[in-house]
Design a protein around this ligand. Structure first.
Ligand code: SAM
Length: 327
């Protein structure tokens, strides 16, 4: 129990430091706490206390009263670090006020601000949400694209494709494949920036729309990908998406659903069970679903040859892909 309380505090110290820009403040070399406070424009006393805890956690080094970035924070927690995760941790920080209201959310079942409202009204949230996803999507995207039977596929639809990591990985994996990435207009602005200069860019079409309303088309694709979107939706919404994907696929085409997937009793893996609570905090109907649920929805929509496999197995936040074929 004590360890869990400590972990909760440690996580808040880390995400707060990311949100305040502590690691950027230390980017040009060691500083005393008072100089960090000046750079951040904060209270003079507080950053020293935060920095001592960061040093204890291994995210800062303290020598002779001066603080420096550790190897990890210098490499992964500064703005613009290649392979860094600063935006993702800032996104976690932006949701901390919602997590603080968990008791009220459990009582009422209603999040203070839903993902839909956050995306529509809060540009800072949208930016860190999408850039944060781009930071963590590269590896699973490459692995997933490498595990799919893409030979002969000409057209793919990436529903809620966000920053475009999966669209890009699919296009790179299968030369000649055209990928349509469907997402909300403000998200596509970021996707356009992130995809600029990538070799397969001309085969990726960015299509602005709402995946609840924008038609997917009829027998227009060989592959439909839904990566990390079903956890934002309720069960009825997901069944509709799966049915619409079936209609959008050519005979022989495949639907791929990629997400955190839970055991039949919904308690494992732990990352997924906790992620479900994360969805409770800022979506109206979302949660992590079980592999058995995805299989059932696909079967009921008419898909056959349904199989699943792990993605990034061995990582704490490993995911799964379920693939079904339209006969
Ligand atoms: C968790 S992200 C997943 C992004 C990407 N597929 C991936 O796996 O990295 C969910 C994506 O769905 C998009 N999205 C949410 N609601 C949407 C809607 N109604 N229409 C289109 N896109 C939507 C969000 O903008 C976001 O890019």
């Amino acid at each position: 129990m004590v360890r869990l309380v400590e972990s909760g505090r440690a996580a808040r110290v880390l995400t707060t430091a990311c949100g305040l820009g502590v690691f950027d403040a230390l980017a040009r070399g060691p500083l005393p706490a008072v100089a960090v406070a000046e750079r951040l424009g904060t209270d003079a006393r507080a950053p020293g206390i935060l920095l001592d805890a960061l040093a204890g956690l291994g995210f800062a080094r303290k020598r002779g009263g001066r603080y420096a970035n550790s190897r990890v924070s210098g490499s992964f927690l500064r703005s613009g670090s290649p392979g860094g995760v600063l935006s993702n941790l800032r996104y976690q920080e932006l949701l901390a006020p919602a997590w603080a209201r968990l008791p009220e959310i459990v009582r009422t079942g209603v999040p203070p601000r839903s993902l839909r409202r956050l995306l529509a009204q809060d540009p800072e949230f949208s930016r860190d949400y999408i850039l944060g996803m781009a930071e963590i999507a590269r590896r699973p995207a490459r692995e997933l694209a490498g595990s799919l039977p893409l030979s002969g596929a000409r057209d793919a639809l990436d529903v809620g494709g966000g920053p475009g990591a999966f669209a890009r990985a699919l296009a790179e994996q299968q030369p000649g494949l055209r990928v349509t990435l469907l997402d909300l207009p403000p998200v596509l602005k970021l996707a356009r920036r992130l995809l600029s200069g990538c070799a397969s860019r001309r085969r990726i079409e960015l299509k602005a729309g709402d995946y609840h309303k924008t038609p997917f088309g009829h027998e227009a694709f060989d592959l439909v990908l839904m990566s990390h979107i079903t956890h934002d939706e309720g069960e009825a919404g997901n069944r509709r998406l799966v049915t619409r994907a079936f209609d959008a696929l050519r005979p022989g085409g495949r639907l791929v659903i990629h997400d955190f997937m839970l055991s039949r009793d919904r308690t494992r893996p732990l990352y997924g069970a906790l992620f479900s609570v994360h969805m409770l905090v800022y979506t109206r109907q979302g949660r992590a679903y079980g592999l058995d649920e995805y299989r059932r929805w696909m079967r009921e929509a008419g898909f056959g040859s349904i199989r699943s496999f792990p993605v990034c197995a061995g990582l704490a936040n490993a995911t799964r892909a379920v693939v079904g074929s339209r006969p």
